[in-house]
Each structure stands twice: as structure tokens, then as C-alpha cells.
Write a protein that binds this ligand. Structure first.
Ligand code: BGC
Length: 713
């Protein structure tokens, strides 16, 4: 429902002015990712939009937070809220009004180049983190833009591929996160590049208009992904409200000071990972004519503009005290935001620590303060900030693993790269990533030096990484370069070898039996070194749990070409509901590290589980170990058989709760259960709970279930 003020504006705007509010334009100062000019005579402000999920991306620095998958590994949705609010303050400080995030596509295939920008293979985890980040951003009066709606689960051919997926699977796996983001108050949503069941998402009337807007009650703006529109009439009538960037690629690059004739396309194949940038100006050029010709109803144009103005008003951008953040006048009462504050630096480190998952530990960790440590790895001298693409953020400051460990260690620290640097890959380099380093010092690295350092040390810590970027999928889950060989050599030289995985998602760990401990630190952002040292030395318990299953490459469900990356322009979601741990549980396949897994420096015992009501279980957790620790209690629902042999995954995560306990301390914890884990989506009846016994298992991971209770429904 729009206000009287919005209604007044709507009747005062000319058709030409209305059309101007349905697409982006050239940014007058070239700082942001997107720009929508205002209408000066009616005090409608200029609006600036910026990427993205890991930090605010303008032409100036910002806090580089850990990857979204690291945030999700914390299993702490309050942290997501705190993070979102910090992003909102940084956006305000950079005079941005809209943040292009969170990214929340489900991790369907472990290879997806953007998994680090997403949360999980599970819809409940995804939904809780999406909602938390959205609430945080919006609490600072910045518009959040959950993306990419929907089924953008791979980068290969993302601009054209059709996800062939049935309605039940969409509803149970791929849509819930978006619904949660909408219910958390997102003012915008970004349509995905890909098609779903043959129709481009930018013109998908069923999903944009019927589901997102009519059924879920979304009152915000659906914007396109950049150059992600194909038509005028189909797009407008399908339910898209704002075409971005609204200009041609040439105009966009020129505005960023990069003359079009100097742009090297960098080997982009527009039919593959990148959209065709020639379609940028469709609404600008043709929407008015389409309305005049009656092909797009005038009421649809009004709806687009009304949605846009309603969100501006809701976020304090309209009216007397309004004004876009970048406008000279107005906007003063929204404050100046905050950027690179001690609180934001601390938060970036806390998320990295909380998201670090201890996969294995034979007792080598935590390291003794006075241990002599060899710090090894091709990239030990740099913080791993993220993957390539639109989420890249430039921090004010960062700490590398070497810096973090040197600052913390009381013993001797020796450093050896071992093998040449593994380069970042980025769509901005035309995928020019190269396994081999260019710089001389790096090229001279030798495994022998690493072995010598490891032999002389009490413990060796090897940092390894993968390469991932938007617009391309990982070709393999094996670590790039000679990193596996490096780990083998170091492990042979020192039986107290710890491996830290700084990766976008699951990777192969062929040497895991030969090392003493393995940590997943994901892409930890600017606080890389400090966070790693804090966990390695036991200043913090590694609080993370796996939001994705780690398994050998061939064991994942999307294991045929039809399923991934697809054939003849279609990718068939034939695994249906059996994505991630649902597949491993249904087939008894053995994951390397199961979903939800993560060890602690403490030990935990569970007792006295009860169902308090239909939607809550309570359990007592005791720290029976000798160190303080952080436990994540997980609850999974096993539903009764559905009629007509309809498939149900064996177990579905319904909720989780994190708590910190001192040695000997015990506490009762309540876990709220998501109703959707009990139900299934029926195409005619909608969400349906089958009557009968629902077994709720409570435990430490999808494969370490400690207690069970029954809920009859
Ligand atoms: C990405 C979006 C991003 C947009 C603007 C696209 O390539 O898919 O996630 O927000 O660019 O940078």
C-alpha cells in the first residue's frame, strides 16, 4: 500500500519521467555499480546502488568481510544481523542507497564459481542467514537486494542456461531463502540471468509476479541483473520493475573512465558466463513506445514506479528530510554511516573466527604459545579476501597468515612458500588467472625449503587455497597447482602438520589421513591472519560447522552432464530434492566431512531432549571437556511416509542454536523448528504436513545425531 505522498508523485510524473525511474543511467560521478537519476522538479533523489555481499564495492576502500559461506558456517544468524548492519553503515558512509546483496542461491553443485557468495546447500540455513543480513542492512535504512532470483546455481552459461526443475523442488529448496529474505523486509530483489523451465528469469511471470509479488506479498522492486534483460514487453509484463544498468556497456565503461575503444573484452564469450551487454538500454529506448502502443499496460508502468517510490519513502529517501545519500541537500538526518571503524574491524575478525571449521584434530591444536612454527603455503604473505567478480572489495587494512602468526607466536616462526603463488582469478581479468606466479621471489619457491622449515619446527601450518570467480565454475574440486604435493611433502617431514583450507567451498583433501589437523577457513577477508592465529593458538574455539557437504567429486548428486553443467542449453535438476546431505543420507554415500560437521577444543554431551511443543525441542548440553567451547545444536526432522510413495528426504534440518560453555558447564537450549522441514510442497494444496510421527533428531551434525524425540502431527 503506497502512501498519499507516493500517490501524489505518481500523478505528477509525466510518462517520460516515469520511464526514467524504471532503468539505470550513467553515474554522474562514476563511483557506484548502478545509478538511477531522480526527478529534480519533484524532489525525487538520485539513487546509488553498490555491490555486494562481502563488502561495499565502490571506487574507494571498505571493510572486506569474510565470504558469505564463512558467515553461514558460524551457524549464528545474530551474527548475520550484526554483519548486515555494518554493511549498511558502510554503504551510507560511501553515500550508497542500495546494496546488491545478500547472494543466497542454494549451493547445488560444489563447483559453482560463486558458492563463496552464497550460504549453504540447505534452505533453512540459507533462509536464516539471508533474513539476518537483510534485516541488518535494512535496519540502517539501506535497501537490501537478495539475489539472484532464482535457480542461478552455476556460472557456466549462466546468461542463457535453463534450469529444468519442477515446482515442488523449487518450493522446497530453491525458493525458501528468497521468501525469508522478503519476509525480513528486503526492499528489492534481483532477477537471475538464467532461464527457469525455458523462460528467462527477468521475464518469468510465474515466479516474479505470481509467486514473489502476489503470493509472498513482496512490495519492493524487482531489478534485473546487470545486462540481464532480453526484451521490453515480456520483461515489463512479466514483473520486472527496474532495468539495470539501463545503459550500454560502452556508456558504463566510459562513465568509469575506461574509453570503450580501449576495453579488452578479455576473452569473454557472451554466450557463456557473461550476458550480452548490448541489451542494457532496452527500457530507456523502448518502454515508452510499448506503453503508448498498449503492449505494456499503463497500470504496469505505474506499478513499477509506485514500487520504486514506496521503497524510497520507506527508507527515508523521499520527502522534506529525504534526498539520496549522495545529494548535496537533504538526507542529513540519516547520519553519516561508519566505515573501517574498530567495531567493523573486530566484527570482520569475529566472523572469520566463528566461521572457521575444525574438520580434524588429533590433538596438535591448539598450538602451544611457545611452539616453533613453520608457516607454509604459496600465498602465506597475503590475506585471502574473496573470489573474483562483482563481490571484490578493497580493504583499508589486512593481515596475512604470516603477519597474524608472527604477532601471536612466542616461539620461532619460519616461513616458506613451498610452491609459486596461486593467483587470484577474476572475471575482470577475462579469467586470466594463472597457476604459476609472475613475481620472481614466488617463482623461486621450493618444496625443499618448505620441508626444511617443517623439519625444524614443532608444528607446520600449511595454508592452501582454491581459485573461484563469478562467471566461471571450478573445473575440479582438487586444489590448484602443486598444493597437494606440497602438503604431502610437509606432512612427511613433520607429523604435527596442520592444513588450513582457504577455499570457496568443498575441496578434495587426499592427504587428510597423513596430517594432524585440518581447518576450513573459507575466504576469511581482511582479518585472515589474526583470525587464523586466534583459532590455531586456541584464543577462540573454532566455532564453525559445515554449511555444505565435503565429499569426493564424483559422489555429489549432480554427477552427469545433463545435471551439470547441462546439455543443449538445459541443466536438469534430476536429483530433485536430494541435494547436499539429503542425497548422502538417502543413498548411504559416505561424505568426507558431513554437513553440520565441525569439531571443537571442548567436548559436549547431550541429554534430556524433549519436544516442548510442535515447533520447539529442548535439550541439555554439557561441556565435558577441559576448554571453553562453542557448540552448535542441530535438529533434523524425519517426516512420516507421504501418500502415493512421494519422495521425502530421510532427514531435513529444521533448526539450530549455538551456545558457548565453560568446562563443566551445562545449559538447556531450545531449538526452534522450521515448519517447512515438517511439510512438503504439494502442487495443488501448497505446503502440506502429513499426519503421523515426525522424529526429530538432535545432534552435532547430519551424521552425529545424539538424541531423538517424536512429534505427532
Ligand atoms: C552479478 C551481480 C552484480 C552485478 C553488478 C552481475 O554480474 O551477477 O551479482 O550485483 O553484476 O555488479
Amino acid at each position: 500500500m503506497s502512501s498519499a505522498a507516493v500517490k501524489r508523485l505518481l500523478s505528477a510524473l509525466t510518462i517520460e519521467e516515469k520511464v526514467r525511474l524504471t532503468h539505470g543511467a550513467t553515474d554522474t560521478d562514476g563511483t557506484s555499480t548502478g545509478f538511477v537519476p531522480g526527478v529534480e522538479r519533484l524532489d525525487i533523489p538520485n539513487v546509488r546502488l553498490s555491490d555486494g555481499p562481502l563488502g561495499v564495492r565502490t571506487d574507494e576502500p571498505a571493510t572486506a568481510f569474510p565470504a558469505s559461506i564463512a558467515l553461514a558456517a558460524s551457524f549464528d544468524a545474530d551474527l548475520a544481523r550484526e554483519f548486515g548492519a555494518a554493511l549498511g553503515r558502510e554503504a551510507t558512509a560511501r553515500t550508497q542507497d542500495v546494496l546488491l546483496g545478500p547472494g543466497l542461491n542454494l549451493v547445488r553443485v560444489p563447483h559453482c564459481g560463486r558458492n563463496f557468495e552464497y550460504f549453504s546447500e540447505d534452505p533453512v540455513v540459507t533462509g536464516q542467514f539471508a533474513a539476518g543480513v537483510v534485516e541488518g542492512i535494512e535496519s540502517e535504512d539501506v535497501i537490501a537486494t537478495p539475489k539472484h532470483f532464482a535457480a542461478n546455481n552455476q556460472e557456466t552459461a549462466r546468461a542463457s542456461v535453463s534450469a529444468e526443475v519442477d515446482e515442488r523442488v523449487l518450493r522446497e529448496l530453491y525458493l525458501p531463502g528468497f521468501r525469508d529474505a522478503v519476509e525480513a523486509g528486503a526492499g528489492a530483489a534481483m532477477s537471475a540471468y538464467n532461464r527457469v523451465n525455458g523462460t528467462f528469469m527477468s521475464e518469468h511471470e510465474h515466479l516474479l509476479s505470481e509467486v514473489l509479488k502476489d503470493e509472498w506479498g513482496f512490495e519492493g522492486v524487482v531489478m534485473s541483473d546487470w545486462f540481464g534483460t532480453e526484451s521490453v514487453v515480456g520483461t515489463a509484463n512479466g514483473g520486472l520493475d527496474l532495468q539495470m544498468p539501463g545503459i550500454s556497456a560502452e556508456e558504463l565503461f566510459e562513465s568509469m573512465g575506461m574509453p570503450a575503444d580501449e576495453i579488452d573484452p578479455g576473452g569473454f564469450d557472451y554466450a557463456d558466463g557473461m550476458p550480452d551487454p548490448r541489451t542494457g538500454g532496452l527500457f530507456r529506448e523502448k518502454l515508452a513506445d510499448a506503453v503508448e502502443a498498449g503492449d505494456v499496460p499503463a497500470s504496469r508502468l505505474d506499478d513499477m514506479v509506485e514500487r520504486y517510490l514506496t521503497q524510497l519513502e520507506r527508507h527515508g529517501l523521499l520527502g522534506e528530510s529525504g534526498g539520496g545519500r549522495a545529494d548535496d541537500e537533504g538526507g542529513a538526518d540519516r547520519g553519516e554511516g561508519a566505515i573501517d571503524t574498530p567495531e567493523h574491524r573486530e566484527l570482520a575478525e569475529r566472523i572469520a573466527v566463528r566461521g572457521t571449521v575444525l574438520l580434524e584434530n588429533d590433538g596438535v591444536l591448539p598450538l602451544a604459545d611457545d611452539a616453533d612454527v613453520a608457516v607454509i603455503g604459496p600465498n602465506v604473505d597475503e590475506a585471502i579476501l574473496g573470489g573474483g567478480g562483482s563481490s571484490e572489495t578493497t580493504p583499508f587494512t589486512d593481515t596475512s597468515p604470516v603477519e597474524g602468526i608472527e604477532a601471536r607466536a612466542d616461539g620461532d616462526v619460519s616461513v616458506a612458500r613451498g610452491i609459486p603463488r596461486i593467483e587470484d582469478v577474476s572475471l575482470f581479468d577475462g579469467f586470466g588467472g594463472d597457476d604459476e606466479a609472475e613475481d620472481e621471489e614466488s617463482a623461486d619457491a621450493s618444496v625443499d625449503d618448505a620441508v626444511a622449515a617443517a623439519e625444524d619446527a614443532d608444528a607446520a601450518v600449511v595454508f592452501v587455497r582454491d581459485q573461484a570467480t563469478e562467471a566461471a565454475d571450478r573445473e575440479t574440486l582438487a586444489l590448484p597447482g602443486e598444493q597437494d604435493e606440497l602438503v604431502d611433502a610437509v606432512a612427511a617431514a613433520n607429523d604435527r602438520t596442520v592444513v588450513v583450507l582457504d577455499t570457496s567451498g568443498p575441496v578434495e583433501t587426499p592427504w587428510r589421513e597423513d596430517v594432524a589437523a585440518v581447518l576450513a577457513g573459507w575466504y576469511p577477508g581482511q582479518a585472515h591472519g589474526d583470525a587464523a592465529a586466534s583459532v590455531l593458538y586456541g584464543d577462540s574455539d573454532p566455532g564453525g560447522r559445515l554449511p555444505v557437504t565435503f565429499a569426493p567429486e564424483g559422489e555429489y548428486p549432480a554427477n552427469t552432464e545433463r545435471r551439470f553443467p547441462g546439455v543443449d542449453g538445459e541443466v536438469h535438476y534430476e536429483e530433485g530434492l536430494l541435494v547436499g546431505y539429503r542425497h548422502f543420507d538417502a543413498t548411504d554415500a559416505e561424505p568426507t566431512y558431513p554437513f553440520g560437521h565441525g569439531r571443537s577444543y571442548a567436548e559436549f554431551a547431550y541429554r534430556d531432549a524433549v519436544a516442548v511443543d510442535d515447533a520447539t525441542v529442548e535439550v541439555t548440553v554439557e561441556n565435558t571437556g577441559e576448554r571453553p567451547g562453542r557448540e552448535v545444536v542441530q535438529a533434523y526432522v524425519d517426516a512420516p511416509e507421504a501418500p502415493d510413495d512421494l519422495e521425502r528426504p530421510p532427514r531435513e534440518l529444521a533448526g539450530f542454536a549455538a551456545l558457548s560453555l565453560d568446562p563443566g558447564e551445562s545449559r538447556r537450549v531450545a531449538v526452534a523448528l522450521d515448519e517447512r522441514a515438517f511439510g512438503r510442497y504439494d502442487e495443488s494444496d501448497g505446503w502440506t504436513v502429513d499426519s503421523g510421527e515426525h522424529v526429530v533428531s538432535v545432534g552435532r551434525s547430519s551424521r552425529d545425531l545424539r538424541l531423538g524425540v517424536s512429534i505427532d502431527r
